[in-house]
Design a binder for this molecule. Sequence first.
Ligand code: THU
Length: 136
Amino acid sequence: MVVSREVPMEEYIQMAMEAREKAYAPYSDYLVGACLVTKEGAVFTGCNIENRALTPGNCAERTAFFKAISEGNKEFSRIVIVGGKRGKELIKTTPCGVCRQVMVEFCDPETFEVCVATGPRDYEVFKLKDLLPHAF
Ligand code: THU
């Protein structure tokens, strides 16, 4: 989906929340949703997907990135993340180190925004360069 108008953060947060409803996390019960926005305004959502063997699990952020990249997108402006334990209040969930490294591969650390939200109007925005300084 490409959106050409200025989209309020609230809408991206809502899309991340809807993606979170699809999370498959029976082992941690920590449900995460992400909404990744390309520079041209297309949106790709993702959720975390766990596995009984643990290591095959995937974070919501990488699910969104891999969906987008596999459909030919390589330029991104921001990602919005919502996470927290099932049935509890949302917690500001910053991306894990592996996801940060994936972001650095495809995003400009100076401009790419990582937004962690706990509600439609409650969020914090980080620049990628601050989340992964001195990146490889
Ligand atoms: N998780 C994410 O999907 N994104 C994050 O930013 C942090 C952690 C997932 C991985 C695992 O399925 C669960 O949350 C608990 O760590």
